[in-house]
Design a protein around this ligand. Structure first.
Ligand SMILES: [Zn+2]
Length: 375
């Protein structure tokens, strides 16, 4: 029995965790109270309590709790990754920050020798100019310099199709738009140069000069499967059928090569076809928007026709490894952050009008020049 919490042997994981948290936060200099709190949290963790698992893992990482694991850091990160994967927002935000900081530490001191106050320059010292706008570019991109600050602004009109009958249409659309806006923010590119990215979105009902976001309702899925059938048993056909069966989203680029003027179509699927998994929808939309902005996929192991990016391939990506697997960066598996390197690649995509790849699909493909140089 416990004097404050009445913890019996039948105490639930939640009761143990709450008591543990209480002792820990009120312990002050009292070592015995602290260790009482820790052991309650550990017990709650072994009973499968997610919040306790989060707290215990964080304590291992910041060194306030020692465990006898071969690699405690790896153990704690893997725990947090499991939590993040199963939808725990707290763990995801923590991991995003953890990896971004690790990345900053390894590349924060890379200075571009050509860097000067003013215009953005590439690693060769050449000034970067981007002005892609007009009726034929579904995403307009303009790089401006305001009082020495470089700002890359994307303007896009989003045309939603296939969601007309959807009960929760408004929530669905805003989760998709939220996902697109996750690319906005402040980044450091080409050797310590600051770049602010703005995402300016409208959603007027017009197909021309828009990014088309197609919700896979039943009619769309049927058409899709028929379409996949045309490819028969070829690799492409299998790939298309898989996308439909696994309810994966993907961004079509008009079945031609990506360019600033190619058709931008995002095909959204949802769990049970309900489109109510807003968090997943916005994370997926974030990933697909990366394709729209000219990036390829980043997979850590071979999938579809991709070769995968192994540990040690690019030093930029090694900062994001857990148990030899990449943490889910935006172009890897949706839930992770957009990295400085991603933005550097987007800049190159719009400057050179050429898709930027992390891995080869065909033999003659070229990997983005942004990789392997740091930021
Ligand atoms: Zn993708």
């Amino acid at each position: 029995m416990d004097e404050n919490f009445n913890l019996t042997n039948e105490a639930t994981a939640e009761e143990l965790r709450n008591a543990g948290k209480y002792y820990l936060t009120t312990s002050g200099d009292d070592e015995s109270l602290r260790s009482k709190g820790v052991s309650l949290l550990i017990k709650a963790n072994t009973m499968g309590d997610r919040e306790a698992c989060h707290i215990v893992s964080r304590m291992i990482l910041d060194g306030t709790l020692t465990v006898k694991n071969a690699d405690p850091v790896e153990y704690a990160l893997t725990n947090l990754l499991c939590l993040a994967d199963s939808g725990d927002l707290q763990s995801r935000l923590f991991l995003n920050r953890y990896f971004s900081e690790k990345y900053e530490k390894s590349f924060g001191d890379i200075e571009n020798p050509y860097k000067k106050d003013g215009m953005l320059v590439d690693f060769e010292g050449e000034e970067i100019k981007i002005d892609r706008s007009g009726i034929l570019t579904p995403v307009d991109a303009v790089l401006t310099n305001e009082d020495g600050r470089n700002i890359l602004t994307f303007y896009a009109n989003i045309c939603f199709l296939g969601d007309e009958e959807m009960e929760n249409r408004y929530e669905y659309q805003s989760s998709v738009l939220d996902g697109f806006r996750k690319w906005a923010g402040k980044y450091e590119v080409f050797g310590g140069q600051e770049l602010e990215v703005r995402v300016n979105i409208t959603s007027e009902e017009r197909v021309v000069d828009s990014i088309i976001v197609l919700a896979a309702n039943k009619a769309v899925v049927d058409t899709w499967n028929e379409f996949a059938g045309v490819f028969g048993d070829t690799q492409k056909g299998e790939q298309l059928k898989n996308i439909s069966a696994q309810r994966r989203s993907f961004a079509g680029i008009g079945f031609l090569k990506w360019s600033t003027t190619s058709v931008k179509l995002i095909y959204m699927q949802s769990r049970d076809g309900k489109f109510d998994d807003y968090e997943t929808l916005s994370q997926t939309a974030k990933h697909e928007f990366g394709h729209v902005l000219g990036l390829g996929d980043l997979y850590d192991s071979p999938i579809d026709s991709y070769s995968g990016v192994e540990k040690g391939t690019y030093k930029e990506l090694d900062n994001y490894l857990i148990t030899d697997k990449l943490y889910h960066l935006a172009m890897c598996d949706n839930i992770g952050p957009v990295s400085n390197n991603d933005i550097e690649m987007v800049v190159l995509a719009f400057r050179e009008n050429k898709q930027q790849l992390y891995q080869k699909v065909k033999k003659r493909d070229k990997i983005s020049e942004a990789l392997g140089k740091g930021n």
